[in-house]
Design a protein around this ligand. Structure first.
Ligand SMILES: [Fe+2]
Ligand SMILES: [Fe+2]
Length: 271
């Protein structure tokens, strides 16, 4: 995917705004810009000329860290709150993909690459789910995502999701992960992750499951192809084997994170 530096800066409110962001927030802004652009292109939304996703309107009343379900999405001139289908009484993960995460192009691409390159099912599942929490909240999405998914996925899958956020700032060429050149272009060479990111990286790099989180970042890197055709179909069996779908439905099961799923089911509930 081509990233137009000017379009990216415009999307977050201009150079001055970007310069005022701390490094982690800059990286988050870039990732979200790329994911929105990918979804807009893959989802068939018309982008006029130079593809642009613009800043929230001046009268925006939400913070940048609010999840995608809570703010307007789409290209300039067409930004609108996402239309949401009502959920069934017993929502499954697949239903969330169809009605709340769609088009979910980035995570589907990431998991497709993991599957094609023969990675373990735990890693494929981690790739498939690594950014879905961005629909709920964007700030510190590795931690939020891991926590939301922890009751339902293998421990090493949620572990990998938690640490992919930090690992993407640290190259590991031996395992196929180069520091994204794009980060240099957008943020400059002096980019320094926040202390909590550095600490998480240093912890994760010595952990026995390091490679799982590292593979999430490897597949992340190549998952921004606007022309890729992907679907949830190839992952149905892996979800069946490894995702503990509650019989009452996600959000109704009384797990420690059921409220997070309910929040995505009913994002317009006032309190
Ligand atoms: Fe991510
Ligand atoms: Fe990602």
């Amino acid at each position: 995917m081509d990233i137009d530096r000017r379009a990216f800066l415009a999307s977050v409110g201009g150079l001055a705004v970007v310069e005022a962001l701390d490094p982690e927030a800059k990286a988050e802004a870039l990732e979200h810009y790329m994911m929105e652009k990918l979804d807009a292109e893959a989802g068939g939304l018309a982008l006029d000329g130079e593809a642009q996703v613009v800043a929230a309107p001046a009268d925006a009343t939400i913070r940048r860290g609010a999840g995608s379900l809570f703010g307007p999405r789409g290209p300039e001139g067409k930004r609108a709150m996402p239309a949401l289908a009502p959920m069934s009484d017993k929502p499954t993960l697949i239903e969330f993909f169809e009605k709340r995460f769609a088009p979910a192009n980035h995570v589907l691409q990431s998991a497709t690459r993991a599957l094609k390159t023969g990675m373990s099912e735990e890693i494929v599942l981690a790739c498939l789910l690594h950014d879905v929490v961005l629909n709920l909240v964007k700030v510190d999405h590795g931690w939020w995502g891991a926590q939301m998914l922890e009751p339902y996925v293998p421990e090493r899958t949620s572990w990998a999701i938690r640490y992919h956020q930090a690992l993407r700032f640290y190259p590991d060429p031996a395992n196929g992960y180069e520091y994204p050149e794009l980060y240099n272009r957008i943020f400059g060479k002096d980019y320094e992750p926040q202390p909590h990111i550095k600490a998480a990286y240093e912890y994760a790099r010595k952990h026995k499951w390091y490679i799982d989180a590292r593979m999430v970042t490897v597949n992340d890197l190549y998952a921004f192809d606007p022309n890729a055709k992907v679907s949830i179909e190839p992952f149905i069996d892996i979800i069946g084997r490894h995702f503990k779908q509650p019989k009452e439905g996600l959000g109704n099961d009384g797990s420690p994170t059921a409220h997070m799923w309910r929040t995505m089911m009913f994002p317009d509930n006032p309190l």
